[in-house]
Write a protein that binds this ligand. Sequence first.
Ligand code: UDP
Ligand code: MG
Length: 340
Amino acid sequence: MPAPVPTTVCQKRSAEPEEPDITAPVLSVVVPAYDEAEVLPLFAQRLRPVLDDLGEPYEVLVVDDGSTDATPALLERLRREWPSLRVVRLRANSGHQAALTAGLARARGDWVASIDADLQDPPEVLGAMLQAARSQGVDVVYGVRTDRTTDSVFKRTTASLFYRLIRRLAGTSGPAQAGDFRLMSRATVDAVNTLPEANRVLRLVVPALGFPSTSVGYAREVRAAGRSKYPLARMLRLSVDGVTGFSIAPLRIATWFGLLGGVAAIALLLYAFVAFLRDETTPGWTSTFVVVAAVGAVRLLCLGLLGEYVGRMYTRLQGRPTYHVAYDSAAPPAADPQGR
Ligand code: UDP
Ligand code: MG
């Protein structure tokens, strides 16, 4: 049975568990977790035997993304029972991708896997990923969802539309149906860690790095407990980050809208001039209103698109980190461009 939950997160030094040498693990497993107290005990229970059976040194790096439920205390308790568990806590909820980025920057393994905390990605696949990477000599192994029937029809449809769009716009996105369940070599993770880009979408960034890769299929399971932390607004945010992070095509679309608007305006001017020469009276009001409204809409759309890119430049220029680490149960490495 698990030990009672400690009342405070900071415990006396004497209460520290004896740490195994996980400073040079073969495998790091990065787990972003936001308000996952309900599922984390189940997750640890299922992950631990899988990793123990690998027979190689590993670390499990749970990035607590500013949870407000019992997650911090729970992780502290789990860490006492499982010395290979390492906890990095972000000061505020920074989002799934920022939490993953924080984990990748701190992972020390020769291989680094990322996996969701809710057991939608089965931990048992990790062994197959490691084996595939080694036997095929590749740097990246994508977990590809062969069966997504557990996701809602809405989620499946929107995801499929998004990846079709991004493939068309950016010409890259890695295998279809791949999320953030993947294994990466040290070289891949080092490359990801040197990127200065904020608001990154890792599932698009990693394939774009161009390392040799392969895929392992898996059936997406239902969330074991708790609720999804990805409401529609967050999914939209991820899509916008994905598109603007990989393509300037939307800016070109804006230009085309502008051009079309210009041509329409010229045609209307000609029409008005001819009508004037023929001394025809036009009722005017309706057409004026429609034109003003249409032009206004196009202008707003273009401004919005421009805003997306200007926003990215702004964020980049500010150089403000996308997350702040409050606590790391192991010493952090020096270089981390995202989380100064
Ligand atoms: N997550 C996170 N920060 C957030 C939202 C989600 O770290 O702001 C984590 C979450 O705890 C889970 C993973 O990201 O481990 C995927 O989130 P979720 O399962 O809620 O997304 P879904 O599977 O519904 O798309
Ligand atoms: Mg999930």
